[in-house]
Write a protein that binds this ligand. Structure first.
Ligand code: NDP
Ligand code: RET
Length: 316
Protein backbone atom coordinates (compact mmCIF):
# COMPACT_ATOMS: atom_id res chain seq x y z
CA UNK A 1 0.00 0.00 0.00
CA UNK A 2 2.76 2.44 1.01
CA UNK A 3 4.67 1.41 -2.10
CA UNK A 4 1.65 2.24 -4.31
CA UNK A 5 1.17 5.62 -2.61
CA UNK A 6 4.88 6.41 -3.06
CA UNK A 7 4.64 5.39 -6.70
CA UNK A 8 1.64 7.66 -7.23
CA UNK A 9 3.42 10.59 -5.54
CA UNK A 10 6.55 10.01 -7.59
CA UNK A 11 4.57 9.96 -10.88
CA UNK A 12 2.77 13.17 -9.92
CA UNK A 13 6.14 14.79 -9.10
CA UNK A 14 7.56 13.64 -12.45
CA UNK A 15 4.61 15.27 -14.26
CA UNK A 16 4.90 18.42 -12.15
CA UNK A 17 8.60 18.87 -12.99
CA UNK A 18 8.02 18.21 -16.71
CA UNK A 19 5.33 20.91 -16.72
CA UNK A 20 7.34 23.33 -14.59
CA UNK A 21 10.45 23.00 -16.72
CA UNK A 22 8.48 23.36 -19.99
CA UNK A 23 6.95 26.56 -18.63
CA UNK A 24 10.38 27.77 -17.51
CA UNK A 25 11.61 27.47 -21.10
CA UNK A 26 8.99 30.03 -22.13
CA UNK A 27 8.35 32.23 -19.08
CA UNK A 28 11.38 33.66 -17.30
CA UNK A 29 11.37 32.53 -13.69
CA UNK A 30 12.51 34.89 -10.94
CA UNK A 31 16.30 35.11 -10.58
CA UNK A 32 18.04 34.97 -7.21
CA UNK A 33 20.12 37.92 -6.04
CA UNK A 34 23.88 37.32 -5.84
CA UNK A 35 24.93 40.72 -4.49
CA UNK A 36 27.06 40.16 -1.43
CA UNK A 37 28.01 36.63 -2.50
CA UNK A 38 31.70 35.68 -2.70
CA UNK A 39 32.26 33.99 -6.06
CA UNK A 40 35.44 32.03 -6.80
CA UNK A 41 36.19 31.46 -10.49
CA UNK A 42 38.97 29.15 -11.70
CA UNK A 43 40.61 29.86 -15.05
CA UNK A 44 39.52 33.47 -14.53
CA UNK A 45 42.15 34.84 -16.93
CA UNK A 46 40.66 32.99 -19.91
CA UNK A 47 37.86 33.84 -22.33
CA UNK A 48 34.84 32.57 -20.38
CA UNK A 49 36.41 33.04 -16.92
CA UNK A 50 36.92 36.73 -17.53
CA UNK A 51 33.31 37.18 -18.67
CA UNK A 52 31.98 35.19 -15.69
CA UNK A 53 33.93 37.53 -13.40
CA UNK A 54 32.45 40.60 -15.09
CA UNK A 55 28.90 39.21 -15.09
CA UNK A 56 28.98 38.23 -11.40
CA UNK A 57 30.44 41.61 -10.59
CA UNK A 58 27.65 43.35 -12.57
CA UNK A 59 25.22 41.51 -10.31
CA UNK A 60 26.96 42.90 -7.22
CA UNK A 61 29.06 39.90 -6.21
CA UNK A 62 32.68 40.09 -4.99
CA UNK A 63 34.95 37.85 -7.07
CA UNK A 64 37.99 35.73 -6.23
CA UNK A 65 40.00 34.95 -9.35
CA UNK A 66 42.19 31.88 -9.66
CA UNK A 67 44.44 31.17 -12.64
CA UNK A 68 47.93 29.87 -13.36
CA UNK A 69 48.45 32.82 -15.65
CA UNK A 70 49.11 35.79 -13.34
CA UNK A 71 49.08 38.40 -16.11
CA UNK A 72 45.72 37.42 -17.63
CA UNK A 73 44.22 36.98 -14.15
CA UNK A 74 45.30 40.52 -13.25
CA UNK A 75 43.75 41.81 -16.50
CA UNK A 76 40.42 40.28 -15.46
CA UNK A 77 40.71 41.87 -12.01
CA UNK A 78 41.46 45.26 -13.59
CA UNK A 79 38.34 44.98 -15.78
CA UNK A 80 36.20 44.12 -12.75
CA UNK A 81 37.64 47.02 -10.73
CA UNK A 82 37.07 49.43 -13.68
CA UNK A 83 33.39 48.46 -13.43
CA UNK A 84 33.45 49.38 -9.75
CA UNK A 85 33.55 45.76 -8.58
CA UNK A 86 35.74 44.01 -6.00
CA UNK A 87 38.23 41.40 -7.24
CA UNK A 88 40.97 39.41 -5.51
CA UNK A 89 43.56 37.49 -7.53
CA UNK A 90 45.52 34.36 -6.66
CA UNK A 91 47.96 32.50 -8.89
CA UNK A 92 46.98 28.87 -8.42
CA UNK A 93 47.48 25.68 -10.35
CA UNK A 94 44.21 23.84 -9.70
CA UNK A 95 45.83 20.48 -10.46
CA UNK A 96 48.05 20.83 -7.40
CA UNK A 97 45.81 19.81 -4.52
CA UNK A 98 48.08 21.09 -1.74
CA UNK A 99 48.21 24.47 -3.49
CA UNK A 100 44.40 24.44 -3.80
CA UNK A 101 43.87 23.69 -0.08
CA UNK A 102 46.55 26.20 0.96
CA UNK A 103 45.17 28.99 -1.22
CA UNK A 104 41.60 28.26 -0.12
CA UNK A 105 42.74 28.79 3.47
CA UNK A 106 44.53 31.99 2.42
CA UNK A 107 41.34 33.30 0.76
CA UNK A 108 39.40 32.62 3.98
CA UNK A 109 42.03 34.45 6.07
CA UNK A 110 42.46 37.38 3.64
CA UNK A 111 38.75 38.04 3.15
CA UNK A 112 37.46 36.83 6.50
CA UNK A 113 34.51 35.02 4.94
CA UNK A 114 33.56 31.87 3.06
CA UNK A 115 33.29 31.41 -0.69
CA UNK A 116 29.58 30.96 -1.45
CA UNK A 117 29.66 30.31 -5.21
CA UNK A 118 32.35 28.16 -6.83
CA UNK A 119 32.66 28.29 -10.63
CA UNK A 120 34.91 25.48 -11.81
CA UNK A 121 35.78 26.89 -15.21
CA UNK A 122 39.52 26.20 -15.81
CA UNK A 123 39.97 23.84 -18.72
CA UNK A 124 42.53 22.66 -21.26
CA UNK A 125 42.74 20.42 -24.32
CA UNK A 126 45.82 18.66 -25.69
CA UNK A 127 44.95 19.41 -29.33
CA UNK A 128 46.94 16.47 -30.68
CA UNK A 129 45.95 13.10 -32.16
CA UNK A 130 46.08 10.63 -29.28
CA UNK A 131 48.83 8.48 -30.81
CA UNK A 132 51.00 11.56 -31.37
CA UNK A 133 50.28 13.08 -27.98
CA UNK A 134 52.83 12.98 -25.15
CA UNK A 135 51.38 11.10 -22.16
CA UNK A 136 51.95 14.13 -19.92
CA UNK A 137 49.62 16.28 -22.03
CA UNK A 138 46.88 13.66 -21.77
CA UNK A 139 47.37 13.48 -18.01
CA UNK A 140 47.28 17.26 -17.80
CA UNK A 141 43.85 17.38 -19.47
CA UNK A 142 42.48 14.84 -16.98
CA UNK A 143 44.04 16.71 -14.05
CA UNK A 144 42.76 20.17 -15.00
CA UNK A 145 39.32 19.25 -16.36
CA UNK A 146 38.47 16.48 -13.91
CA UNK A 147 40.76 15.90 -10.89
CA UNK A 148 40.84 19.60 -9.99
CA UNK A 149 37.05 19.52 -9.49
CA UNK A 150 37.59 17.21 -6.51
CA UNK A 151 40.19 19.48 -4.93
CA UNK A 152 38.24 22.73 -5.25
CA UNK A 153 34.95 21.17 -4.15
CA UNK A 154 36.69 19.52 -1.17
CA UNK A 155 38.14 22.92 -0.28
CA UNK A 156 34.89 24.91 -0.38
CA UNK A 157 31.90 22.59 0.00
CA UNK A 158 32.26 21.93 3.76
CA UNK A 159 31.55 25.60 4.64
CA UNK A 160 28.70 25.76 2.12
CA UNK A 161 27.15 22.69 3.73
CA UNK A 162 27.71 24.01 7.24
CA UNK A 163 25.92 27.27 6.29
CA UNK A 164 23.39 25.45 4.09
CA UNK A 165 24.11 28.13 1.51
CA UNK A 166 26.11 27.95 -1.69
CA UNK A 167 26.28 27.05 -5.36
CA UNK A 168 28.67 24.78 -7.26
CA UNK A 169 28.95 25.50 -10.98
CA UNK A 170 30.81 23.10 -13.28
CA UNK A 171 31.71 24.38 -16.72
CA UNK A 172 31.89 21.10 -18.64
CA UNK A 173 31.02 20.94 -22.35
CA UNK A 174 28.62 19.35 -24.82
CA UNK A 175 31.63 17.06 -25.33
CA UNK A 176 30.82 15.71 -21.86
CA UNK A 177 27.43 14.55 -23.19
CA UNK A 178 28.33 13.33 -26.68
CA UNK A 179 31.65 13.12 -28.47
CA UNK A 180 33.55 13.99 -31.61
CA UNK A 181 36.59 12.10 -32.92
CA UNK A 182 40.23 13.03 -32.18
CA UNK A 183 39.74 14.72 -28.78
CA UNK A 184 39.81 11.61 -26.58
CA UNK A 185 41.59 13.39 -23.72
CA UNK A 186 39.07 16.21 -23.70
CA UNK A 187 35.95 14.03 -24.07
CA UNK A 188 37.12 11.61 -21.38
CA UNK A 189 37.80 14.49 -18.99
CA UNK A 190 34.50 16.26 -19.70
CA UNK A 191 32.42 13.05 -19.47
CA UNK A 192 34.18 12.56 -16.11
CA UNK A 193 33.35 16.14 -15.09
CA UNK A 194 29.69 15.52 -15.92
CA UNK A 195 29.72 12.29 -13.88
CA UNK A 196 31.41 14.03 -10.96
CA UNK A 197 28.97 16.92 -11.03
CA UNK A 198 25.85 14.75 -11.30
CA UNK A 199 26.92 12.45 -8.50
CA UNK A 200 27.63 15.45 -6.27
CA UNK A 201 24.25 17.01 -7.12
CA UNK A 202 22.48 13.72 -6.25
CA UNK A 203 24.47 13.48 -3.01
CA UNK A 204 23.40 16.97 -1.88
CA UNK A 205 19.76 16.19 -2.71
CA UNK A 206 19.86 12.80 -0.97
CA UNK A 207 21.27 14.50 2.13
CA UNK A 208 18.59 17.21 1.83
CA UNK A 209 21.20 19.98 1.77
CA UNK A 210 18.68 22.15 -0.05
CA UNK A 211 20.60 25.43 0.35
CA UNK A 212 23.54 24.29 -1.78
CA UNK A 213 22.59 24.42 -5.47
CA UNK A 214 24.40 22.98 -8.48
CA UNK A 215 24.52 23.98 -12.15
CA UNK A 216 26.21 22.01 -14.92
CA UNK A 217 27.07 24.21 -17.91
CA UNK A 218 27.59 22.44 -21.25
CA UNK A 219 28.49 24.83 -24.07
CA UNK A 220 29.01 24.01 -27.74
CA UNK A 221 32.14 25.54 -29.47
CA UNK A 222 32.74 29.03 -28.09
CA UNK A 223 34.78 31.65 -29.93
CA UNK A 224 37.49 32.05 -27.28
CA UNK A 225 40.27 30.51 -29.34
CA UNK A 226 40.46 27.28 -27.34
CA UNK A 227 39.09 25.24 -30.28
CA UNK A 228 40.19 27.58 -33.07
CA UNK A 229 39.77 25.83 -36.42
CA UNK A 230 37.18 23.25 -35.31
CA UNK A 231 34.66 23.18 -38.14
CA UNK A 232 31.52 21.29 -39.15
CA UNK A 233 29.78 21.27 -42.56
CA UNK A 234 29.06 24.82 -43.85
CA UNK A 235 25.29 24.26 -44.22
CA UNK A 236 25.05 22.95 -40.62
CA UNK A 237 27.35 25.65 -39.30
CA UNK A 238 24.83 28.21 -40.57
CA UNK A 239 22.30 26.97 -38.01
CA UNK A 240 24.91 26.08 -35.41
CA UNK A 241 27.72 28.67 -35.53
CA UNK A 242 30.39 28.90 -32.82
CA UNK A 243 28.99 30.75 -29.81
CA UNK A 244 29.78 34.33 -28.98
CA UNK A 245 31.53 34.10 -25.55
CA UNK A 246 29.35 36.88 -24.10
CA UNK A 247 26.16 35.09 -25.20
CA UNK A 248 27.45 31.82 -23.74
CA UNK A 249 28.19 33.37 -20.36
CA UNK A 250 24.86 35.24 -20.28
CA UNK A 251 23.00 31.97 -20.90
CA UNK A 252 25.05 30.23 -18.21
CA UNK A 253 24.39 33.10 -15.78
CA UNK A 254 20.63 32.90 -16.44
CA UNK A 255 20.75 29.22 -15.55
CA UNK A 256 22.81 29.84 -12.39
CA UNK A 257 20.52 32.65 -11.22
CA UNK A 258 17.42 30.46 -11.48
CA UNK A 259 19.20 27.44 -9.89
CA UNK A 260 18.81 25.42 -13.10
CA UNK A 261 20.64 22.08 -12.69
CA UNK A 262 21.77 21.68 -16.33
CA UNK A 263 22.12 24.01 -19.28
CA UNK A 264 23.24 23.10 -22.80
CA UNK A 265 24.16 26.13 -24.88
CA UNK A 266 22.64 26.54 -27.40
CA UNK A 267 19.43 24.60 -26.76
CA UNK A 268 19.75 22.86 -30.14
CA UNK A 269 22.56 20.75 -28.66
CA UNK A 270 20.06 18.87 -26.47
CA UNK A 271 19.21 17.03 -29.75
CA UNK A 272 22.55 15.23 -30.32
CA UNK A 273 22.57 14.49 -26.57
CA UNK A 274 19.16 12.81 -26.90
CA UNK A 275 19.99 11.06 -30.18
CA UNK A 276 23.14 9.58 -28.64
CA UNK A 277 20.97 7.93 -26.00
CA UNK A 278 18.03 6.93 -28.20
CA UNK A 279 19.35 6.04 -31.66
CA UNK A 280 21.49 3.05 -32.63
CA UNK A 281 25.24 3.77 -32.70
CA UNK A 282 25.33 3.41 -36.51
CA UNK A 283 22.55 5.99 -36.94
CA UNK A 284 24.59 8.47 -34.94
CA UNK A 285 27.68 7.66 -37.02
CA UNK A 286 25.92 8.45 -40.31
CA UNK A 287 24.43 11.64 -38.82
CA UNK A 288 27.88 12.78 -37.66
CA UNK A 289 29.31 12.05 -41.11
CA UNK A 290 26.48 13.97 -42.83
CA UNK A 291 26.97 16.98 -40.52
CA UNK A 292 30.74 17.00 -40.90
CA UNK A 293 31.41 16.36 -37.24
CA UNK A 294 33.39 13.20 -38.03
CA UNK A 295 36.36 15.29 -39.22
CA UNK A 296 35.56 18.60 -37.50
CA UNK A 297 38.70 18.52 -35.34
CA UNK A 298 41.23 18.04 -38.19
CA UNK A 299 41.77 21.78 -38.89
CA UNK A 300 41.90 22.46 -35.13
CA UNK A 301 44.59 19.83 -34.61
CA UNK A 302 46.56 21.09 -37.62
CA UNK A 303 46.44 24.61 -36.18
CA UNK A 304 47.55 23.37 -32.73
CA UNK A 305 50.39 21.33 -34.25
CA UNK A 306 51.63 24.42 -36.09
CA UNK A 307 51.67 26.45 -32.87
CA UNK A 308 55.27 27.01 -31.80
CA UNK A 309 55.84 26.40 -28.09
CA UNK A 310 54.16 23.45 -26.39
CA UNK A 311 52.03 24.33 -23.36
CA UNK A 312 53.81 23.99 -20.02
CA UNK A 313 53.24 20.71 -18.21
CA UNK A 314 52.77 21.05 -14.49
CA UNK A 315 53.87 18.27 -12.18
CA UNK A 316 52.37 17.82 -8.73
N1 NDP B 1 36.07 27.42 -25.87
C1 NDP B 1 35.22 26.45 -26.14
O1 NDP B 1 34.91 26.14 -27.32
C2 NDP B 1 34.57 25.72 -25.01
C3 NDP B 1 35.09 25.74 -23.74
N2 NDP B 1 34.48 25.01 -22.75
C4 NDP B 1 35.04 25.00 -21.41
O2 NDP B 1 34.92 26.29 -20.86
C5 NDP B 1 35.98 26.52 -19.93
C6 NDP B 1 36.67 27.83 -20.26
O3 NDP B 1 37.18 27.74 -21.56
P1 NDP B 1 37.78 29.00 -22.38
O4 NDP B 1 37.52 30.24 -21.63
O5 NDP B 1 37.33 28.85 -23.76
O6 NDP B 1 39.33 28.63 -22.33
P2 NDP B 1 40.60 29.56 -22.12
O7 NDP B 1 41.78 28.76 -22.57
O8 NDP B 1 40.38 30.89 -22.73
O9 NDP B 1 40.65 29.76 -20.54
C7 NDP B 1 40.99 28.74 -19.66
C8 NDP B 1 41.74 29.37 -18.52
O10 NDP B 1 42.06 28.34 -17.56
C9 NDP B 1 43.41 28.53 -17.17
N3 NDP B 1 44.01 27.29 -16.68
C10 NDP B 1 44.48 26.26 -17.40
N4 NDP B 1 45.02 25.33 -16.61
C11 NDP B 1 44.90 25.79 -15.35
C12 NDP B 1 45.29 25.29 -14.08
N5 NDP B 1 45.93 24.13 -13.97
N6 NDP B 1 45.01 26.01 -12.97
C13 NDP B 1 44.38 27.20 -13.07
N7 NDP B 1 44.00 27.74 -14.24
C14 NDP B 1 44.25 27.04 -15.38
C15 NDP B 1 44.10 29.01 -18.42
O11 NDP B 1 45.35 29.60 -18.14
P3 NDP B 1 46.47 29.67 -19.34
O12 NDP B 1 46.18 30.90 -20.07
O13 NDP B 1 47.74 29.73 -18.57
O14 NDP B 1 46.33 28.42 -20.12
C16 NDP B 1 43.07 30.00 -18.97
O15 NDP B 1 43.24 31.28 -18.39
C17 NDP B 1 36.89 25.31 -20.02
O16 NDP B 1 36.59 24.41 -18.99
C18 NDP B 1 36.51 24.70 -21.36
O17 NDP B 1 36.78 23.32 -21.38
C19 NDP B 1 33.34 24.32 -22.97
C20 NDP B 1 32.77 24.29 -24.20
C21 NDP B 1 33.35 24.95 -25.33
C1 RET C 1 29.00 15.64 -32.75
C2 RET C 1 27.83 16.35 -33.35
C3 RET C 1 27.88 17.66 -33.73
C4 RET C 1 29.13 18.46 -33.58
C5 RET C 1 29.58 18.86 -32.41
C6 RET C 1 30.79 19.60 -32.18
C7 RET C 1 31.67 19.94 -33.32
C8 RET C 1 31.05 19.97 -30.91
C9 RET C 1 32.20 20.67 -30.47
C10 RET C 1 32.22 21.04 -29.19
C11 RET C 1 33.33 21.65 -28.54
C12 RET C 1 34.55 22.05 -29.27
C13 RET C 1 33.24 21.78 -27.19
C14 RET C 1 34.24 22.24 -26.33
O1 RET C 1 34.14 22.11 -25.14
C15 RET C 1 26.67 18.36 -34.28
C16 RET C 1 27.01 18.93 -35.65
C17 RET C 1 26.27 19.43 -33.34
C18 RET C 1 25.46 17.46 -34.42
C19 RET C 1 25.76 16.05 -34.62
C20 RET C 1 26.61 15.54 -33.54
Amino acid sequence: MIFLMDLQMMLLDVLYFILRNSLRAVLRPRTKPVDGELVLITGAGGGLGQLFAQEFSKHGAEVVLWDTNTASNERTAALVREMGGKAHTYTVDVTNRQEVYRTAEMVREDLGRDVTILVNNAGVVAGKRMLDCPDELIERTMKVNCHALFWTVKAFLPQMKANNHGHIVTVASVLGLFSTPCVEDYCASKFAAVGFHESLAHELLAEEVDGVKTTLVCPYIVDTGMFKGCKIRDEVEMILPPLDPQYCVEQAMNAILIDQPLVCIPRLTYLPFLSRALLPWESNVVTYRFMGSDKCMYPFIDAMTNREAPLPITAE
